[in-house]
Design a protein around this ligand. Structure first.
Ligand SMILES: N[C@@H](CCC(=O)N[C@@H](CS)C(=O)NCC(=O)O)C(=O)O
Ligand SMILES: [Fe+2]
Length: 259
């Protein structure tokens, strides 16, 4: 996202490529973002995380190192750090979310040149989820997916289906022509092309999990039943190790020959 008046840009949820078999990262996708910013003549000043991702590594630290951009994430990341930090032996974590430049609360406003980015806390998928609203566009992380696929899972630690339902209804209360940009697209059965943009109005009418005014109790029962059938994401542990550190890969273990 960029402000055409000032050429200030923000990158939302950049990915650090990771090969699970070799355990190696690559910056091909992040380099493509940097190249696109160069080609457009814009300066990346923010890296905005919608949440600590559980299924891919973040390129936030890499983009910060390359551009000087500041990395922002919902303040709930501290809870995720507490949940996973001990389990993963992450003794190097800085206290109070210090691996990030800015911890965001509901209602915060970030400047992007002449644009204002409004932060909306939208927890439920994780306790740290936020959405970013800029003019008639909203980047909503893992809350709603495309209307034919539904909504995000709520069974990660600190996740909560009832909370997600309420967050989704805050998003659906935006004006109907608000453009919604998705985090993931898992292509609903029968659809072959990826999609990434829809609107509040279309989601209100047609989202297969919440559209047409599905009641909270019915949603929670559906979401919890579906979550009970889902496996853990393939990249859960490598993703969390990097993402609670703002996208830094963890230091080598003390017993590592590779130090
Ligand atoms: N199979 C995928 C699952 C990824 C996953 O769990 N995605 C989360 C968002 S981070 C979700 O909400 N998925 C909804 C679903 O699978 O229905 C993987 O292994 O990476
Ligand atoms: Fe997610």
């Amino acid at each position: 996202m960029a402000d055409s008046a000032s050429q200030a840009a923000a990158v939302i949820d950049p990915v650090l490529d990771f090969d699970l078999v070799s355990g190696r990262v690559s910056t091909a996708s992040a380099d493509a973002i940097l190249a696109a910013a160069d080609a457009d003549g814009v300066r990346i000043v923010w890296v905005l995380e919608t949440h600590p991702h559980a299924d891919h590594l973040s390129a936030a630290a890499y983009i910060r190192d390359r551009t000087g951009a500041k990395v922002a994430i919902g303040a709930g990341v501290c809870e995720v750090q507490r949940t996973f930090g001990g389990l993963l032996g992450a003794d190097d974590l800085k206290p109070d979310g210090g691996d990030f430049d800015r911890l965001l609360d509901d209602g915060d406003v970030l400047e992007l040149g002449s644009l204002e980015i409004r932060v909306m806390a939208t927890p439920g998928h994780t306790p740290a989820c936020v959405s970013y609203v800029v003019g008639d566009a909203a980047f909503i992380g893992d809350t709603l997916f495309m209307p034919d696929y539904g909504t995000a899972r709520c069974d990660f630690p600190g996740g909560d289906a009832r909370q997600l339902y309420r967050s989704i209804h805050r998003i659906l209360a935006l004006p109907p022509d608000t453009r919604l940009f998705m985090c993931h697209d898992y292509k609903a059965p029968g659809r072959t092309e990826f999609a990434w943009e829809t609107s509040v109005g279309v989601q209100r009418d047609r989202n297969v999990h919440v559209g047409g005014a599905v009641a909270e109790e019915a949603y929670v029962a559906m979401r919890e039943a579906r979550d009970a059938t889902l496996s853990a994401p393939k990249l859960l542990y490598p993703a969390i190790q990097a993402n609670i550190r703002g996208g830094r890969v963890p230091p080598a273990d003390v017993n590592s020959d590779l130090r």
